[in-house]
Design a protein around this ligand. Structure first.
Ligand code: ADP
Ligand code: ZN
Ligand code: ZN
Length: 723
C-alpha cells in the first residue's frame, strides 16, 4: 500500500494523502480522482510516499489514476510549485490554472474527448481525432498507414484505441515527416545588419540560459529575429515557446509562424480555445509532438520536454500579468522557466517595461538593439498639435482634419486613436450637474448611442438612456466628452465619401468579427479607422500612413505612477502603425501640453531618454523596480468591513515586520466600489525581494487562519501593476 500525495484545486495550501494499491513513482504527475468531503475531486499526484502524518485508518483510497495521458514531468511540477511559492497561492489553484480543464478531470476519457491520442496528418498539423472504440481506431490507423501519414513498427497487431497514446509515446507509431520542420517556405528576406547581429549574438551565447532584451523600434523586424532563432531551435530538435500578449489580436502572427514552418507542428494555447482544442494542444506539447507553442500568458504553463527557446513578444504588455485569482506575471515566470530549463529567452519590445530596461542597464539581462525599420526608410514623423490654440470640431483639430483629407486624396488610410469606447464617457445635466453614475460602481455609465444604452464598462450593467434628468427633470441632458462612436459619427459627416470603420471592443466583439475587420482594413476597404488600443498592437497595414491621437492628455495626470510609462508605450506602439511599408508615416498628437517631457521624447522616438528619466523619478520616489511590493486587497459589501480587516492585517504585519519592511496605511482603492463591492488595499514594500517574500510567506499563513466577517474576500498581489 502506497501513500499518494495529491494537490487539489481548493483554496488551501496543503497537500492531501490517499492510499493506493498499485501506485508507483511513475504516477507522480498524473491526474487522479479522489474522494473529498462528500463528493469527489480531481487533482495531480505530486509525490508517492510510504507513510503519512495522518493515521492509516483515516486515509481514503484513490478512485482512479488517469494513465491514458503522459504524466506531467518533474520540471513542470517544479514550475507550478515555484509559482505557488512566489505568488503565495495554493498549489492546487496554480495547477488548476495551468492545466486545461479537460486534463484536470481524471475521468476516463470519453469517446468525445478522445482527440488527444493521435495528431498527425497533412503537414503534420491537421489534428485528427482517433476514436477510442478499438474497431474504429484500428480501421482508421490502417488507412493512415496506407496513406503514408504514419508508419508503425509494431510486429504484433496494431494497438487498440486504448493503447494508441502509449504506442505513440513508445515510438511504435511514428508520424511521418516529409520535410525538415525548420525548412522555411519560400524566399526569406535578407536580414538587416542589426537583425543579423542580434541573431548572431544569441546563437554565439549558446543553448544555455541567457535573458535577452530585444529593443527594436516598431517595424524593425523583431518578429523576423524570433523566427530565425526559432528555426535554429527546431533544427536542433527542440521546442519553442512563444508568448504574445493577446492572441485574439494577432491572427496575423499565427499565420506567419505557421506559414514559415509548414511542416512543423505549431499549436496555439489561449483561453479562447474550445476545451477540447486546448487539451489537445497541451498534450501535444507535453508529449513532445508540438514543435512551436504559440500562446497568451497561460501558455507559459505548457509542459515542453524538448524546450530549447522562449520568446516573449511585447514583453512590456500589461496583459502578461493576470489580474485575478493567481496574479502571476507570465513574462516573469517565463524568465524563471528559462533559467530552470537552462535555455535562452528573448524578451522583445519597442518600448520595454522599465523593469526589463533597468535589468539591461545593471547587466542582469543582455541588450539587443534594432534601431532602424526593416522596410520603411524612416520612422514616422511625430508632431504635436497644440489644442489650446486650435478650434476643435468634436475633438478634431483643423490640422488633423486636413491631414486626413490629404490621405483620402492619395488613397491612403488614416487611424484616429482614442482610447475610450462608446459615444461619450458620461451623460450629464447642465442645469443641476447630475452625471450618470453606475449604481454598482464608483464609475460613470458610458453613453452608447449606437444601441441607445448607458453602460458600465466595469460591471457591465446597462440601462436605457433617460429622456430627462432623473434629478431635476431637465429635458436637455447631454453626452459629455468623447469616445470612439462620437469621433466616428463626426468623421462620417466631415468626410461623406470616405469609408469610416470603428474598431473597438464593441464593434469587434468576437474573434471572427475582429478577423473580418482586419481583412477589410488589409484589403484597403476602409479609409478612416477609429480605434482604441486594439489597433495599437502588432498590426501591419501597408497603406496606413497617418495616426491621429486624440484625448491622450488625461493619462499625463493619472495618479498611478505607471500611467506615463503606459501612455508612452501606447503612443509609440500606435504611432508605429503609421508608414510601415514604403509610404512615409506621420503621427499627429493633439495635446494641451506640447512641452511635456513625455511628448518631447516621443517626437524624437527616444525611448531611452524617457526611460532614464522615468527611472530617476522612480528611484527618488522609492518605487519599483527600486523597491519590491506586495498588495493586500480586501472587498466586502461595506467599506468599513474591508478597512477593518486590513487594519487588523496591518497590525499583524507590524508585529512581525522585519527591519527594512515598510507597511503603508490602509486606504480605499481608487475605484472604491466595483460591482456592489467596496474595496480597500494595504501595500507592503521592501528594498530586498527576499526579505519581502519571507515576510509575506509568514504573514499570509497568519491571515489564512483569521476568522473573516461574512462576505469578505481578500487577495494578495505580488509585484502589483496597479497601486
Ligand atoms: P516588428 O515586430 O519589429 O514591429 P516585424 O517583424 O513585424 O517588425 O517587421 C516589419 C515588416 O518588415 C514586416 O512586414 C516584415 O515582413 C518586414 N521585414 C522584417 N525583416 C525584414 C528584412 N530583413 N527585409 C525585408 N523585410 C523585412
Ligand atoms: Zn438635472
Ligand atoms: Zn458598474
Amino acid at each position: 500500500m502506497r501513500i499518494v500525495r495529491v494537490s487539489l484545486p481548493v483554496p488551501l495550501p496543503q497537500l492531501f494523502d490517499y492510499t493506493s494499491e498499485d501506485a508507483t513513482e511513475g504516477d507522480v504527475g498524473r491526474c487522479v480522482r479522489v474522494p473529498f468531503g462528500r463528493g469527489e475531486k480531481s487533482g495531480v499526484i505530486v509525490a508517492i510516499a510510504d507513510d503519512s502524518a495522518i493515521e492509516a485508518a483515516r486515509l481514503k483510497a484513490v478512485r482512479h489514476v488517469q494513465r491514458e495521458v503522459a504524466p506531467l514531468p518533474r520540471d513542470w511540477l517544479e514550475l507550478v510549485a515555484f509559482v505557488a511559492r512566489y505568488y503565495h497561492a495554493p498549489l492546487g489553484e496554480v495547477i488548476a490554472l495551468a492545466l486545461p480543464p479537460g486534463l484536470r478531470r481524471a475521468d476516463a476519457v470519453s469517446d468525445r474527448e478522445a482527440d488527444p491520442l493521435l495528431d498527425v496528418g497533412d503537414a503534420g498539423r491537421a489534428a485528427l481525432a482517433v476514436p477510442r472504440r478499438p474497431s474504429r481506431a484500428l480501421a482508421l490507423l490502417r488507412d493512415l498507414v496506407a496513406l503514408g501519414v504514419v508508419r508503425h513498427s509494431v510486429v504484433r497487431a496494431l494497438p487498440s484505441g486504448d493503447a494508441l497514446a502509449d504506442a505513440l509515446r513508445r515510438g511504435w507509431i511514428v508520424p511521418v515527416r516529409r520535410t525538415n520542420p525548420a525548412d522555411a517556405a519560400g524566399e526569406l528576406p535578407q536580414l538587416t545588419a542589426e537583425q543579423g547581429a542580434a541573431i548572431d549574438a544569441v546563437l554565439a551565447a549558446g543553448p544555455g540560459f541567457v535573458p535577452w532584451l530585444l529593443q527594436g523600434v516598431t517595424g524593425s523586424g523583431k518578429t523576423e529575429v524570433y523566427l530565425r532563432l526559432a528555426a535554429r531551435t527546431l533544427e536542433a530538435g527542440r521546442q519553442v515557446l512563444m508568448l504574445v500578449p493577446e492572441i485574439a489580436l494577432t491572427p496575423q502572427l499565427e499565420a506567419r509562424v505557421a506559414g514559415r514552418f509548414p511542416s512543423a507542428t505549431v499549436i496555439s494555447l489561449h483561453s479562447g480555445l474550445a476545451p477540447g482544442a486546448r487539451s489537445r494542444g497541451f498534450v501535444q506539447a507535453l508529449e513532445g509532438r508540438a514543435d512551436i507553442v504559440l500562446g497568451t500568458r497561460l501558455a507559459v504553463f505548457a509542459a515542453l520536454p524538448r524546450l530549447g527557446l522562449i520568446l516573449v513578444d511585447e514583453e512590456h504588455d500589461a496583459s502578461y500579468k493576470q489580474q485575478e485569482g493567481v496574479r502571476y506575471s507570465a513574462r516573469d515566470v517565463a524568465v524563471w522557466r528559462a533559467r530552470q530549463r537552462d535555455v535562452p529567452i528573448v524578451l522583445g519590445s519597442a518600448t520595454p517595461s522599465l523593469e526589463s530596461w533597468q535589468h539591461v542597464r545593471v547587466g542582469r539581462y543582455r541588450g539587443l538593439r534594432l534601431s532602424v525599420r526593416a522596410v520603411a526608410s524612416t520612422l514616422p514623423a511625430v508632431r504635436r498639435i497644440d489644442t489650446r490654440r486650435a478650434r476643435l470640431d468634436e475633438g478634431l483639430s483643423p490640422a488633423l482634419q486636413a491631414a486626413i483629407g490629404e490621405r483620402l486624396e492619395r488613397g491612403e488610410q488614416s487611424l484616429v486613436f482614442i482610447n475610450r469606447r462608446g459615444y461619450a464617457p458620461v451623460l450629464s445635466c447642465p442645469s443641476c450637474s447630475w452625471v450618470s453614475p453606475c449604481p454598482h460602481c464608483s464609475a460613470n455609465l458610458v453613453v452608447h448611442l449606437a444601441d441607445r444604452r448607458l453602460r458600465c464598462h466595469h460591471c457591465g450593467c446597462d440601462s436605457a438612456i433617460p429622456r430627462v434628468c432623473p434629478v431635476c427633470g431637465n429635458q436637455d441632458i447631454q453626452p459629455f466628452g468623447r469616445g470612439t462612436q462620437r469621433i466616428e459619427a463626426r468623421l462620417v459627416e466631415l468626410f461623406p465619401d470616405a469609408r469610416v470603420l470603428r474598431v473597438d471592443r464593441d464593434s469587434a466583439r468576437t474573434r471572427k468579427q475582429w478577423e473580418a475587420m482586419l481583412a477589410t482594413i488589409a484589403a484597403g476597404e476602409a479609409d478612416i479607422l477609429v480605434g482604441t488600443q486594439m489597433m495599437a498592437k502588432g498590426h501591419d497595414f501597408p497603406r496606413l500612413t497617418l495616426v491621429g491621437v486624440v484625448g491622450a492628455d488625461a493619462s499625463l495626470h493619472a495618479a498611478d505612477f505607471r500611467a506615463p510609462e503606459r501612455l508612452f508605450q501606447q503612443l509609440m506602439q500606435v504611432g508605429g502603425r503609421a508608414g510601415r511599408a514604403h509610404l512615409p508615416g506621420e503621427v499627429l498628437i493633439q495635446t494641451e501640453y506640447p512641452e511635456h517631457p513625455l511628448y518631447r521624447c516621443l517626437v524624437r522616438h527616444d525611448f531611452d531618454a524617457f526611460a532614464a528619466r522615468a527611472l530617476d523619478e522612480r528611484r527618488q520616489a522609492g518605487f519599483p523596480p527600486f523597491t519590491h511590493q506586495a498588495m493586500l486587497r480586501a472587498d466586502a459589501p461595506a467599506l468599513d468591513d474591508a478597512m477593518k480587516f486590513l487594519a487588523h492585517a496591518r497590525r499583524l504585519a507590524q508585529d512581525s515586520a522585519p527591519e527594512g519592511l515598510q507597511v503603508f496605511d490602509v486606504v480605499p482603492m481608487r475605484m472604491t466600489r466595483l460591482a456592489r463591492r467596496e474595496r480597500a488595499q494595504l501595500l507592503v514594500e521592501a528594498g530586498e525581494r527576499a526579505l519581502l517574500q519571507e515576510f509575506v510567506g509568514r504573514w499570509i499563513c497568519v491571515l489564512r487562519a483569521q476568522r473573516l466577517p461574512r462576505d469578505l474576500r481578500w487577495q494578495l498581489d505580488v509585484d502589483p501593476l496597479e497601486v
